[in-house]
Design a protein around this ligand. Structure first.
Ligand code: BES
Ligand code: MN
Ligand code: ZN
Length: 486
């Protein structure tokens, strides 16, 4: 997909040579200053009741007299903010993507000056709308012919918009990598597959990679991770990826992604309905791969480490049983009361492993709890952090990337639920506040660094008709790292 700026010709949008013109206007009243053929067509559409000037509305017009582009789509934005712009683009491209246009010129009227955030949004909206999963469905038709986008602007703004495109392309590439891996079924996207994806990424993008196997993990003493993996025929992998964009001495940001390539629940078996969706339980891992791709494409001047504990959670004769006690890498013992609370078990050992990097911050990303979906639904990821400053950085990054999170509490009082008579802690704390007690469990492994946890159970994929990975929270994480890189 190709994104460029286009300096508008003097005589206006009517003469722009493209297959389609997508005009985004601000709501309520028709903007002044449009060239006559467009102004007339829009007025006629409004008068006829075909276009209402309300945010989110869009209309397709074919062969408007006096307009060179054969197709015109008009989309109404609430205001000139990037969020409204994104919604309008999605509505407008929705009208064009099933048609014959390849090259779309995108223009704004009445929205004020476009900035880098607008260009970034165009790249990510266009890429998201045209992605098609085909790995196990090669017959899938292309989503769209759309391939080229030109953003109409003044000469003075072109450089800024180009910088936005650069960011947007990198984030879109990261989102696509995350989606693609999340969408692959559990028999394709195995721990070994994630390891080979990490190796391929390292090779193509200049990262360092190391993959630890069962023996290495045993030697280290990751008893919690091993317990989750022990009934699976798929060998576990512990993936370490490194982007060295800054001086060796600069403390890295460590991203830890839950990489459960299929979560049956184990002996605490999940019910059958929708169990297929547990192939997405490696969404955290996928977002780490995607974010590192974006970071490498942007050549960020920052050190970033990605850690992915990857395995399946299976029942079977060799499976860990409710009541079993294991010793984590940290030395703390855990009574596994529910084998379906496996994410925290693989993450706690990865968090302890993160200590060796003397990190500037550690962020884990996990499809951790159904309770988080109940709390926040599918719009915002749950954010938990022991640091107010880190939480604020991540929330702001989510706003910039249109990939929102919401801060959740970590009060000491929630920790009591994890008490066990037979180990240092149990791995579950009951139904009440389930996403919080899960975070409190993780927090017990984070005393040595600044830490945040993103519960993406509600945001990493979409259920129902449009079932599929979303690539979240790659935009949030990339914006966070962009800001850290300065
Ligand atoms: N992978 C699931 C969390 C999940 C559930 C994500 C539904 C998306 C949708 C996780 O491993 C899990 O099973 N969590 C349990 C924890 C419980 C046993 C304390 C849950 O949420 O039910
Ligand atoms: Mn589970
Ligand atoms: Zn899980």
């Amino acid at each position: 997909m190709d994104f460029k700026t286009l300096i508008a010709p003097k005589d206006g949008l009517c003469t722009v040579a493209a297959d389609a013109l997508l005009l985004v206007i601000a709501g309520k009243v028709l903007p002044d200053g449009l060239d006559a053929p467009l102004a007339q067509a829009l007025k006629a559409a409004v008068d006829a009741g075909d276009l209402s000037l309300k945010a989110g509305q869009a209309l397709y017009l074919h062969h408007v007299a006096g307009v060179k582009a054969a197709r015109v789509a008009v989309a109404v934005a609430a205001d000139g903010q990037a969020t409204a712009w994104r919604k309008a683009l999605a509505a407008g491209l929705g009208l064009l993507k099933g048609g014959g246009a390849q090259h779309v010129a995108v223009a704004a009227s009445g929205l004020g000056t476009l900035g880098d955030a607008h260009a970034e949004a165009l790249a990510s909206v266009a890429d998201a709308q045209t992605y098609v999963y085909r790995h196990t469905k090669p017959s899938a038709p292309p989503a769209s012919k759309l391939a080229r986008f030109s953003l109409v602007c003044d000469k003075a703004d072109a450089a800024l918009l180009e910088s936005g495109f650069k960011r947007g392309r990198a984030i879109a590439a990261g989102v696509a990598l995350a989606r693609e891996n999340a969408n692959r079924p559990g028999n394709h996207c195995t721990p070994s597959h994630l390891a080979s994806e990490a190796k391929a990424l390292a090779k193509s993008h200049g990262l360092k990679v190391q993959v630890l196997d069962r023996k290495d993990v045993e030697k280290l003493g990751m008893g919690a991770f091993l317990a989750v993996a022990q009934a699976s025929k798929q060998p576990l992998k512990f993936i370490v990826l490194r982007w060295n964009g800054a001086a060796k001495t600069a403390a890295p940001v460590v991203l830890v992604g839950k990489g459960i390539t299929f979560d049956t629940g184990g002996i605490s078996l999940k019910p059958a309905p929708e169990m297929d969706e547990m192939k997405f339980d490696m969404g955290g891992a996928a977002s780490v791969l995607g974010t590192l791709r974006a970071v490498a494409e942007l050549k960020l001047k920052l050190n970033v480490v990605g850690l992915i504990p990857a395995c399946e959670n299976m029942p079977g004769g060799a499976a860990v049983k409710p009541g079993d006690v294991v010793t984590s890498l940290s030395g703390q013992t855990i009574e596994i009361l529910n084998t379906d609370a496996e994410g925290r078990l693989v993450l706690c050992d990865a968090l302890t492993y993160a200590e060796r990097f003397k990190p500037a911050a550690v962020i884990d990303i996990a499809t951790l709890t159904g309770a988080c979906v109940i709390a926040l639904g599918h719009h915002r990821s749950g954010l938990f952090s022991s640091s107010d400053a880190l939480a604020a950085e991540l929330l702001a990054a989510g706003e910039r990337g249109a990939d929102l999170a919401w801060r959740m509490p970590l009060d000491e009082a929630y920790d009591e639920a994890l008490k066990s008579n037979f180990a240092d802690m149990g791995n579950v704390g009951g139904r009440a506040g389930g996403s919080i007690t899960a975070a409190k469990f993780l927090q017990r492994y984070t005393a040595k660094f600044d830490w945040a946890h993103l519960d993406i159970a509600g945001t990493a994929w979409t259920s129902g008709q449009a079932k599929g990975g979303t690539g979240r929270p790659v935009p949030l994480l990339t914006h966070f790292l962009l800001a850290r890189a300065g």
